[in-house]
Design a protein around this ligand. Sequence first.
Ligand SMILES: NC(=O)C1=CN([C@@H]2O[C@H](COP(=O)(O)OP(=O)(O)OC[C@H]3O[C@@H](n4cnc5c(N)ncnc54)[C@H](OP(=O)(O)O)[C@@H]3O)[C@@H](O)[C@H]2O)[C@@H](O)CC1
Ligand SMILES: [K+]
Length: 480
Amino acid sequence: MRTAYSVQTVRAAETELMARLPQGALMQRAAAGLAAACADLLGRVYGARVVLLVGSGDNGGDALYAGARLARRGAGVWAVPLGARIHEGGLAALLGAGGQVADDPFEVLAGAELVLDGITGIGGHGGLRPDAVPVARAARGSNAVVVAVDLPSGVEADSGEVRGEALRADATVTFGTYKQGLLIDPAKEYAGTVRLVGIGLEAHLPSVPDIEALQHADVAQLLPMPTGESDKYRRGVVGVVAGSARYPGAAVLAVAGALRGGAGAVRYVGHAAEAVIARFPEALVHGGPPSKAGRVQAWVVGPGLGEDLDVVQDVLDSDVPVLVDADGLRPLDPSALRDRAAPTLLTPHAGEAAALLGMPREEVESARLASVRELAARYGATVLLKGSTTLVAAPDEGRSPVRVNPMGTPWLATAGSGDVLSGLAGSLLAAGLEARDAGSVAAYLHGLAARHALTDGAPITAYEVAGALRSAWRDVRESG
Ligand SMILES: NC(=O)C1=CN([C@@H]2O[C@H](COP(=O)(O)OP(=O)(O)OC[C@H]3O[C@@H](n4cnc5c(N)ncnc54)[C@H](OP(=O)(O)O)[C@@H]3O)[C@@H](O)[C@H]2O)[C@@H](O)CC1
Ligand SMILES: [K+]
């Protein structure tokens, strides 16, 4: 599991730790780890040409002290000051070690092998300021390896947003813990390979992180596996209420996802039974209503329902876990959902989330973490907010971290892909996973399947993603 903390939590832990250490000790630890990572990347430090982009805060200080360490080992190091102030101790250390302040930033960048981006870290807001933009572009356009100090400059540390221009790094060396933005797109894409340097902060961080991301081994542990005693009912039956005469395809795609989620059987209820059976003879089909269709261990309701929304309440009246997606999200009443005894999992995209919260879509997009937490609290449901980084929050007032999906790909923004995801997550619910696990494991497998399907870099269809779920599952199992 990869975990991350908000800036507020990091600063509180830092204050606690600093009170026990001599002044400046923490920054020295950070700089030592940073210099060691740079030495690894350079291979040979002696004679290497290093440029430091230095902002006005401690992030610049880290860069200057690391630069001083490299200069002492024989590197040529030039600082490019980009803030109204500069960390004085760091600058003195650099100059004392034989480093210099660059006369012409563009000239030193043209010959650089390594650039340390210390413009802003957790204290930065908004994109790069105008005077830093041409310098950052020159750094990116050079042949140098760009290493971000703590975070790529120009990204939002907490939300992972990039509001203006940011400096794309080849690698990021982060201190004490991952910052939230390092796990959330688009900032995550700017970070390159992330290396975590321990500075003793760990012991002062709360045991429950603010956010977490599953990795292969976590998913492998959560995947349902049949045992010798399993029959199809013990493995779970998932009921899928989806599709309509107008949108039969949504039913086919949701069933395709459900068949590959580990449940023992899929029971389809709705007006697209012929289309479902034509593609999947193994599905059990019923005309409806869901409450008369026979026992299931979890329901999926919503994809492609169109206007036929009475079934949503019928399903919510059941006493088993229910996943509500797409059209099914329209008629939801928060207090009725909060009163359900069994878990509910909602899977909106940003537009649907905005409608559920009664706010403009842009507000959800610009505060996705806060929005998913708010939705979960208000509706008393686990919420999976789809997007470039899918987020999953439980309705427990922050007791469990928000899960972020590290496996997304922009190729998943394709028609029907959400229908596959809802069938898959519902199947995992029926197989016995908790709602937060079902949602986050489904998002992970779905993203991984898209990557498997994308073998030749050409566009993929939702149906192909469903088909690749088997190889995604195998990939996870083999590594677990
Ligand atoms: N916490 C820890 O445990 C440890 C922290 N450490 C390090 O300290 C870093 C945090 O340092 P920090 O607090 O001084 O903030 P930092 O990111 O350097 O920014 C400072 C100033 O930049 C400015 N500024 C703002 N936005 C900007 C923009 N878009 N573009 C340009 N400038 C912008 C703004 O000042 P202004 O110019 O507005 O006066 C702001 O006050 C952290 O990331 C890590 O590297 C480690 O050494 C040890 C352990
Ligand atoms: K930085």
